[in-house]
Design a protein around this ligand. Structure first.
Ligand code: UDP
Ligand code: GLC
Length: 416
């Protein structure tokens, strides 16, 4: 992405305030899709991985997924018939997203080894698709060895709130020097890259995540009591569900503070500490004991059938304390036909229209969350109106089909 000219502006033009202006659904001028090596740093099922899953599994040309860590993501890919390779290095895995210089230096031999391993595998593919930050760094560093076109799927807001200065500097220069094409998961993420790398806004098109509506349709929630019983949830209580990994910036502690002020509401945390946030889980349990809410707080753990769990809720909460890059859980909550209360920042603002298809609250503000839950609980008609509009909006703007078409065309355009 050395200059705007290196981007195929015919196919991929986006303004900071709009979706790509040119019709990405138009495949008429494209030849068959290129072969792709997808690279992801995680074996866990985070949002970036769940976003890659349908793309990799439905890719019609030759493709392979290279993971930098093992885990349930590999099994999910393989169960869908995707060929997966692993290249793991404990020291590289330990580098955190706000890593300091020392972390990088210690891991240098592992970095070189993994960059070479990616380059080696990339040689027999047309395109190298990098899905996460470490994949970006390692895949881009190896470019002199593989010389393949690089597509980077940006799932992050590259701000100082999310990343350390060293990481941001590295990303800035690799983006400028080695990446041929970026696709951002939201305008918020795209804007953060434009700010960081000082590149042209039109060189960072946006493709929002999509939801597979069939999965949600297939779950029968007509007997809510029966569904809750099957999942081991209280059958008659008012249930607020908070989905996603347990991590400080996802703000589960804010929801706990709110729960203390919402008598007889139950809060269900669906998700686990995926990336070593065990200390945070311990602090959540201590907070619950301190607030005296343990009997109304349910740690459900991670579940593959999140859509069923969503349908079992009365309301779905999103409580990130810093701007969320996109927020799959929000479009999924909408697809489940449940009212969603979300933190008003980042990519969320591209999904939720306050009072129309959801309810926005100030991030990191437990009192505002209490107020929002009380409002939707007291006004079931309003909650139902929001949920119905959300379902319409998610089908219209966040379909899996649209996501796959746009991604396919973007990748194909880079290969040409
Ligand atoms: N999720 C899941 N099972 C769980 C909790 C979460 O499958 O128990 C999924 C959820 O449905 C969503 C993803 O994890 O698709 C979280 O993605 P999101 O983009 O909201 O957040 P991220 O963790 O990627 O920042
Ligand atoms: C990342 C982001 C999340 C987004 C997901 C899919 O994990 O944190 O906000 O929804 O990617 O793009």
């Amino acid at each position: 992405m050395t200059s705007p000219a290196s981007v195929n502006a015919q196919v991929l033009v986006a303004t900071p305030a709009a979706r790509p202006a040119v019709d990405l659904a138009d495949t008429s001028s494209l030849r068959g899709p290129p072969s792709v090596l997808f690279v992801d740093q995680s074996g866990q099922l985070g949002g970036a991985e769940l976003c890659l899953l349908p793309l990799a599994s439905s890719w019609t040309a030759r493709r392979e997924v290279l993971l930098l860590a093992d885990g349930p993501f590999r099994k999910r890919l393989e169960s869908l018939g995707v060929q997966v390779e692993l290249t793991c290095d404990a020291r590289v895995s330990r580098i955190s997203k706000d890593a300091v210089r020392v972390g990088w230096l210690m891991a240098l031999p592992g970095i070189i080894r993994q960059a070479r391993a990616i380059a080696h595998r990339a040689r027999s593919f047309d395109v190298l698709f990098l899905n996460t930050q470490k994949a970006l760094v390692l895949g881009a560093l190896g470019k002199p060895l593989h010389r393949k076109r690089i597509v980077w799927h940006l799932h992050d807001i590259l701000s100082a709130e999310h990343f350390g200065p060293v990481q941001r500097l590295i990303v800035k220069w690799l983006t400028r020097l080695a990446v041929d094409h970026v696709i951002a998961n939201s305008r918020a993420s795209a804007f953060s890259l434009v700010e960081l790398a000082k590149c042209a806004p039109e060189s960072v098109p946006v493709v929002h995540n999509g939801v597979d509506m069939d999965v949600f349709r297939s779950i029968d929630a007509s007997d809510l009591g029966a569904l809750r019983k099957r999942l081991g949830l209280p059958e008659t209580a008012y249930l607020a569900g908070l989905f996603g990994r347990l991590s400080p910036w996802k703000g589960q502690h804010v929801a706990l503070d709110a729960l203390a002020k919402l008598p007889d509401v139950h809060l269900v945390l669906v998700g686990a500490a995926l990336f070593g946030e065990e200390a945070y889980v311990i602090s959540l349990r201590a907070q619950a004991a301190r607030l005296g809410i343990e009997d109304r707080l349910h740690f459900a753990g991670f579940h593959d059938d999140a859509p069923a769990w969503m349908k079992a809720m009365d309301v779905i909460l999103h409580t990130s304390t810093v701007p969320e890059p996109f927020g799959r859980v929000i479009i999924e909550g909408m697809a489940a036909g449940r009212p969603v209360i979300a933190s008003a920042a980042g990519g969320v603002m591209e999904i939720v229209r306050h009072g129309k298809n959801g309810w926005l609250v100030e991030p990191d503000n437990a009192a505002a969350l209490v107020d929002a839950v009380q409002t939707l609980r007291a006004e079931p008609d309003l909650a139902q109106r929001l949920a119905s509009q959300a379902l319409i909006d998610v089908k219209r703007h966040f379909s899996l089909e649209a996501y796959l078409t746009q991604m396919t065309n973007a990748i194909a355009s880079v290969a040409r």
